[in-house]
Design a binder for this molecule. Structure first.
Ligand code: NI
Length: 183
């Protein structure tokens, strides 16, 4: 059993449930954030939401700068994040998700986003991103807190196709963090 085994894989109720806001930033919350960062880095993902480790609380961790072992870490912990603005030209991005090992799907989202969230010190911070991985990641992770995953943004046909591909990838032994199955 490794850290990757803590990741909840689709299909799972936790990935389709509205998460509760965090009332108090206590030791438990700090421990949760710490554990989620460890899991995210172990899987070399750029974001992880609490429901993906089976905790139905509004907390996400993000690091869009980390590119693998030895690279500099730039972790963000977002508590009760909310999207203030999502606008700008819609942009397609090939997204992966640690809860869907073995696949990536093209999702169209607004290119510009402003997010407000508390940090671990209880300060309300604002994050703004445009046309980059961070803009995508913020929206993808906040979706998870509302029971929405990347495949929910696809047309019914594309969604069915992606889920079929996902089933095949899982049977082939895909692990969280992999977006393609080795041939
Ligand atoms: Ni995800």
């Amino acid at each position: 059993m490794g850290l990757l085994d803590d990741i909840v894989l689709s299909p799972n109720e936790a990935l389709q449930t509205e998460c509760e806001p965090i009332q108090t930033i206590d030791r438990e919350v700090k421990k949760l954030a710490d554990r989620m960062l460890k899991i995210m880095y172990a899987a070399e993902g750029c974001g992880l939401a609490a429901p993906q480790v089976g905790v139905l609380k509004q907390l996400v961790v993000i690091d869009c700068d980390y590119t693998g072992k030895g690279s500099k870490k730039n972790p963000y912990v977002l508590i009760n994040p909310s999207i203030v603005t999502a606008d700008g030209d819609p942009r397609d991005f090939q997204e992966g998700c640690l809860s869907f090992p073995g696949i990536s799907v093209s999702v169209t989202r607004p290119s510009h986003v402003v997010v407000q969230a508390y940090d671990l010190d209880g300060d309300l911070l604002q994050y703004e991103a445009e046309g980059n991985l961070m803009a995508v990641c913020l929206q993808h992770e906040i979706d998870h807190l509302h029971g929405v995953t990347m495949v929910d943004h696809l047309s019914p046909i594309k969604r069915a196709e992606a889920l079929r591909e996902y089933d095949e990838a899982l049977s082939a032994g895909a692990r969280p963090g992999e977006t393609e199955v080795e041939e």
